[in-house]
Design a protein around this ligand. Structure first.
Ligand SMILES: N[C@@H](CCC(=O)N[C@@H](CS)C(=O)NCC(=O)O)C(=O)O
Length: 226
């Protein structure tokens, strides 16, 4: 009898879950997926991962990976595939890319959340104060990550160089969220390489496959037919 397929608890719009889904797809790993409802998380998921965030990957041997980056590593290294032939994982291991990822998941995410939802983090909820807060956090986000990305992408198409790597798929879902807050303003930024890089990924078959819609609270094979 075949061992059960790995099961990914996921949420379509979550940027952490996107990087996990893309890594599993890149690696060609057949897995099952369950789209969760954030306000009503499945008891089976909470039983194996009480912290309650997605993505969570339950492996065939019942081991549980409950951080997106652990899932990416598992998928792209020999544990998941037996090889890193395309260099997706090794390409992300440069000091620069590791720093970018740390910044993305840390300070950039902090400012992104406050840029998207300034009212949730404000003591002063007057519209002037909210506008100031939004402007502050988006400037911080630009200078701490996007300008760095622009420099890193000078002379190469991807953060992996000529080939994409895990840092590309680990970071662009967050830049996508940033751009989507005010796409017109984002388009005016002097960050042509970041804009082209983001457009590339948004139009990629990999992203399309990762964004397929799943029924909520049902285990389905991934990638599915639709
Ligand atoms: N450090 C975690 C962060 C995952 C995370 O924060 N996911 C969000 C969705 S984007 C979540 O599940 N939040 C729980 C909730 O909103 O209840 C990882 O890398 O997997």
């Amino acid at each position: 009898m075949e061992p059960p397929r790995p099961l990914l608890y996921t949420y379509r719009r979550c940027p952490y879950a996107m990087r996990a889904r893309m890594a599993l797809l890149v690696a060609g790993i057949a897995f099952d997926a369950q789209e969760i409802v954030l306000r009503d998380k499945p008891a089976e998921m909470l039983a194996v991962s009480p912290k309650g965030t997605v993505p969570v990957l339950v492996l065939s041997d019942r081991r549980v990976l409950e951080q997106s980056w652990d899932i990416v590593e598992w998928a792209l290294t020999h544990e998941g595939t037996g090889t890193d032939a395309q260099g997706w994982w090794s390409g992300a291991q440069t000091q620069e890319n590791l720093d970018l990822l740390r910044c993305n998941d840390g300070d950039f995410k902090h400012h992104l959340d406050r840029y998207k939802y300034p009212e949730r983090f404000a003591d002063d909820t007057t519209s002037a104060a909210i506008a100031d807060k939004r402007a502050f956090h988006r400037e911080q986000a630009v200078s701490m990550l996007l300008e760095r990305l622009e420099r890193c992408l000078a002379g190469c198409e991807f953060l992996g160089g000529a080939q994409p790597c895990a840092a590309d798929i680990g970071i662009f879902p967050f830049v996508r969220q940033f751009a989507a807050v005010d796409p017109v303003w984002f388009g005016t930024l002097p960050l042509g390489r970041v804009q082209a890089w983001l457009t590339h990924w948004l139009q990629s078959p990999l992203f399309e496959a990762c964004m397929q819609r799943l029924p909520s609270n049902a285990v389905v094979q991934y990638p599915g037919s639709g």
